[in-house]
Write a protein that binds this ligand. Structure first.
Ligand SMILES: Nc1nc2c(ncn2[C@@H]2O[C@H](COP(=O)(O)OP(=O)(O)O)[C@@H](O)[C@H]2O)c(=O)[nH]1
Ligand SMILES: [Mg+2]
Length: 364
């Protein structure tokens, strides 16, 4: 067969085009996640190739919505229940974390609710898979007034909103006891507005490439328990609608739409209770007082149900989506690092734990 003298040039040309194309893909991936890269430079998240990630998680809830008890319930679950290969340990860098153990003992041993928070405290934990630290996360416990601008300590408000700007995952609390009792508090409209402002702030900061998971957590669902221990979901929806919680998902989807947002939104609803075995209060004539919040049962020990699930889900998703395209591409080309594989294992384990906890409470 006659060989054309042009063949080496044609093949060389193809090879050059392929090389330039591959180089283009790598450069594109490197620059595509600009927001995430900027955050990584600030030491906020570290992507797949780095060390354990540092996640800033934010709870959003008004005064007495159940923030502290939700955290104590989660703490009780990760210390007392089987969480498989996942362990959560207090981070010694944050001495305030130890207060969660005292609140948990207060709730589950002494059957007492925690006192209100007067100031902000940052709680930090290590997330481990088989005792190896995979990530660190911090949470802020704060006086609810910081959200609605109704706080005697103005610093709490500054600390809170500064945190929202840096958040990697949001947990929005909806207080099902307030909804059941049809209570309207003075600062309700401000709290509701704060939820929307927080979503807007997070979206603005993230740009089109970063994905921040949002969990809507319906707390105190024990107050919607039927006599057969199931949850009366149907009775919740009208209240959730009228208190404005059901519109939050649509609101978030609007913010994540391209071109301003990434076009992917991670938003999920959870149900939980820090005191699953609670009882309605009775008035002096032994009639159930429907306007009063539920209290501890005289018969059963208090037990948390579903409190850890939203935290695990938010951590897993924040870790899953804080990997840049560049890191992904390099992992695909050279094979993931040992650290990256461990992280993926932890993400899958956390998602599966969150799902099984969530299925358990939804089946009730
Ligand atoms: N029925 C019920 N009530 C709860 C639960 N968690 C909290 N509460 C009630 O809500 C009040 C405020 O809870 P707390 O966690 O201090 O709210 P925070 O101000 O948002 O931190 C408590 O004193 C309890 O009366 C729960 O899981 N079930
Ligand atoms: Mg509190």
């Amino acid at each position: 067969m006659m060989k054309s003298p042009l063949t080496p040039y044609i093949l060389g040309g193809f090879a050059l085009i392929l090389f330039l194309f591959s180089l283009g893909v790598v450069c594109w991936a490197f620059s595509a996640d600009r927001t995430l890269r900027a955050l990584q430079r600030e030491g906020k998240v570290t992507g797949v190739a780095g060390n354990a990630m540092h996640l800033t998680l934010t709870l959003l809830g008004g005064s007495s919505s159940g923030k502290t008890t939700l955290l104590a319930g989660a703490y009780r679950q990760w210390t007392e229940e089987n969480t498989g290969q996942i362990q959560i340990k207090p981070d010694p860098q944050y001495p305030d974390s130890a207060t969660l153990e005292s609140v948990s003992d207060l709730l589950y041993i002494q059957k007492l609710f925690p006192p209100g928070n007067l100031s902000c405290s940052t709680l930090g934990f290590q997330l481990c898979l088989d005792d190896q630290a995979i990530a660190h996360f911090t949470l802020l416990d704060y006086p609810g007034g910081a959200v609605s601008g109704n706080n005697p300590d103005p610093l709490a408000e500054v600390v809170f909103w500064n945190r929202v700007r840096h958040t990697d995952g949001l947990l929005l609390i909806s207080d099902m006891s307030q909804i059941r009792r049809k209570q309207r508090y003075m600062d309700d409209p401000k709290v509701r507005r704060a939820y929307k402002t927080a979503l807007q702030t997070v979206a603005k900061r993230n740009g089109a490439n970063r994905i921040v998971p949002i969990a809507l957590v319906h707390t105190k669902v024990d107050e919607y328990k039927a006599s057969d221990d199931s949850i009366r979901y149907a009775d919740m929806s009208a209240g959730l609608e009228s208190y404005g919680y059901l519109s939050l998902e649509g609101h978030w989807k609007e913010h994540t739409k391209p071109p301003k947002g990434p076009g992917i939104s991670r938003y999920r609803t959870f149900f939980c209770s820090a005191i699953w075995y609670s009882t309605p209060k009775k008035d002096s004539e032994e009639q159930v007082d429907t306007l009063a919040p539920y209290g501890f049962s005289d018969v059963y020990q208090p037990k948390p149900e579903g409190c850890l699930a939203p935290l695990l889900w938010v951590c897993a998703n924040a870790m899953r989506w804080n990997v840049t395209l560049y890191d992904d591409l390099m992992g695909w080309l050279w094979g993931g690092s040992r650290q990256a594989k461990k992280r993926m294992e932890a993400i899958l384990e956390m998602e599966s734990l969150a799902n099984s906890m969530e299925t358990k409470i939804r089946r009730k």
